[in-house]
Write a protein that binds this ligand. Structure first.
Ligand SMILES: [Zn+2]
Length: 336
């Protein structure tokens, strides 16, 4: 079985985006805010939005189950206030839940948290509980920077986040560290902000004792870990200089990387550097990069090809990457 741990509902019917537009337009005048019930999307529209995209690609590429969350760039936690984020997150999560209900073999849900800049993360707990207990979701996406590229929140290792972590541990759900759109023009959303955040989160984990406080808390750092694998020696050396324990003791029971690196040499580096137990297969389709690589004739995000092509990787290790590690990190997959 091949589990893709990173997919977003990027093809949601246009009605959802139109509803969001109305919500944003009404920010200065709450009386004008659209009601949730005004959003009408039929099951057929949802089927249509998936059949020609995620489901088609699953079939073509031979992957089985996608761990599926709302479109990350649309979370836009910096827009409006906590109430704005709450209603928008509910809508996005309900749409993903409908996808998972229509195609239970193909999708397992991951929730968007209703974060808002400066608002304590425990306000996200009710929506997280709803996603896990009512919808059967298996994880959440946690935005380390709800300010959208201005980095105003404390590091992920600060006590600020602890109430949310306590709930994640209780519910046995990991978080994918995932920023949203950048409203800082210095950072391109998918080309810079995403990768910066991945790298930043890893360095935050390295400098703290978070996992002493939460030995079973788990994070997936997407996009191959940003710059982390390429600079593995720097991170090991920094930890050593800071008299921190070696990385495998410090964080490798808790921090995992996906394979959303869109070329073979990058995947090969990831696999050589990061222990195989810490790598989860993912493609992030249909996502950030949708084109075909003229050098290979295949989609950049067809990441299964890269993993399959690495002949020095044993079958047992491939099985871990494709399935076993995801089952360890997302224990609720067994229950869903
Ligand atoms: Zn993503």
């Amino acid at each position: 079985m091949i589990i893709d741990c990173h997919g977003h509902y990027t093809t949601a019917p246009a009605e959802a985006e139109a509803w969001r537009k109305l919500q944003v337009q009404a920010l200065g005048d709450p009386a004008q805010a659209p009601r949730k019930a005004q959003l009408r999307i039929s099951d057929d529209q949802i089927r249509e939005s998936l059949e020609g995209a995620q489901l088609k690609l699953q079939r073509e590429r031979g992957t089985d189950l996608t761990i599926f969350s709302p479109r990350a760039s649309s979370m836009a936690h910096h827009i409006g206030d906590a109430q704005t984020s709450r209603v928008w997150s509910e809508i996005c999560n309900e749409l993903v839940h409908r996808c998972c209900t229509l195609y239970p073999e193909n999708f397992a849900g991951v929730g968007q948290l209703p974060q808002s800049p400066g608002v304590p993360p425990e306000t996200c707990i009710p929506e997280l509980e709803r996603c896990v207990k009512e919808f059967g979701f298996v994880g959440c996406n946690l935005n380390p920077d709800p300010s959208g590229g201005h980095w105003k929140e404390p590091p992920l290792t600060d006590n600020w986040w602890y109430p949310l972590y306590e709930k994640m541990v209780e519910l046995e759900v990991p978080a994918m560290v995932h920023v949203s759109t950048s409203c800082n023009p210095a950072f391109h959303t998918t080309g810079a902000h995403y990768l910066n955040a991945d790298t930043t989160a890893f360095m935050q984990f390295l400098t703290s004792d978070l996992f002493k406080d939460f030995p079973t808390l788990k994070f997936v750092i997407p996009h191959g870990g940003g710059a982390v694998p390429y600079h593995w020696g720097r991170f090991r050396g920094l930890a050593q200089d800071m008299k921190r324990p070696p990385l495998h003791e410090l964080l490798l029971k808790n921090v995992f990387f996906d394979t959303c690196v869109y070329h073979r040499p990058g995947i090969e580096l990831l696999l050589k550097v990061v222990p195989v137990d810490n790598i989860l297969f993912a493609s992030e389709m249909v996502g950030a990069v949708r084109g075909i690589d003229p050098e290979t004739g295949h989609h950049y995000d067809d990441t299964r090809r890269y993993v399959d092509s690495i002949d020095w990787l044993s079958d047992a290790d491939k099985k871990k990457i494709f399935e076993g590690n995801a089952r360890k990190v997302y224990p609720r997959l067994r229950k869903s």
